[in-house]
Design a protein. Structure first.
Length: 257
């Protein structure tokens, strides 16, 4: 299902570190009205977190036996821990001198955080920031939609594009014999029998990918391993996420395993 990006009308960026002219120029071609300001230290940025859309953290380097500069992974972790303790959902782009695989994994292990080499910032920064903000917007929208569904009592779960449960209603968790927080990060395939998974992969998912909704019978699997018959409704969101609505029933087209 194609994703339609919503461009914000205004964008407020705060840069930690001196010299943000290059960062400002990176947004010259953006249709969004962009304001870029800088502060010398992360401590100076703390009071501004509520007033900005995205924080850009420039690299910290140290001498490496006089042979050049290297990124200190511990410095990056310390900075991200400080940011997340004050603003858990603030979109953050970390600029680094060298994008090593270890450093990339470290940065991306934090929610709503991306990493980019400083030399690529001029060409790619605007796209990275706007993409990060759009994914954050869609996630917030999904959470709000789920919160509204909570009042209906429906057993609903939202599964992200990687196939893992992102949000689940209390009713959904109860049906699968677990706590809703424990469902977060669980692959949706672990919630159903192998026969149901194969059925959904061959028929339901292709239909949803083409923009349709799908409904049918299935067999769910509780945390204890016990199975139960259910009706399932499956739909998609604009960011590629899936919405599962599961209603336990007395009968199913599949035998319980």
């Amino acid at each position: 299902m194609p994703t339609v990006r919503t461009q914000p009308s205004q964008l407020r960026l705060l840069v930690v570190g001196q010299g943000c002219d290059d960062i400002d120029r990176a947004f010259d071609d953006a249709t969004t009205e962009t304001t870029v300001e800088s502060v010398p230290t992360l401590e100076d940025a703390r009071t501004r977190f509520d007033d900005i859309d995205c924080l850009i953290v420039q690299p910290t380097t140290v001498a490496d036996d006089g042979s050049g500069d290297r990124e200190r992974r511990t410095d990056v972790i310390d900075r991200l821990e400080t940011i997340r303790s004050n603003a858990p959902e603030l979109p953050v782009v970390v600029l680094v001198n060298e994008q090593t695989s270890d450093l990339v994994r470290t940065v991306r292990s934090y929610d709503w955080t991306d990493v980019l080499e400083r030399d690529d910032a001029f060409a790619r920064l605007a796209h990275r920031v706007l993409d990060l903000l759009e994914r954050h917007r869609l996630a917030v929208l999904s959470r709000r939609s789920l919160a509204s569904l909570e009042f209906t009592g429906d057993a609903i779960a939202i599964v992200d594009s990687d196939g893992d449960v992102q949000f689940a209603s209390r009713s959904f968790a109860i049906q699968f014999g677990t706590d809703r927080d424990d469902l977060t990060g669980t692959p949706w395939r672990a919630l159903f029998t192998d026969a149901t998974v194969a059925h959904l992969e061959s028929g339901a998912l292709p239909a949803v990918a083409e923009g349709w909704r799908w409904a049918g019978s299935c067999t769910g699997r509780r945390q204890t391993g016990a199975t139960f018959a259910a009706r399932i409704r499956l739909g998609g969101l604009e960011d590629g996420s899936l919405v599962f609505a599961v209603d336990e029933s007395a009968e199913s087209d599949e035998p319980a395993e």
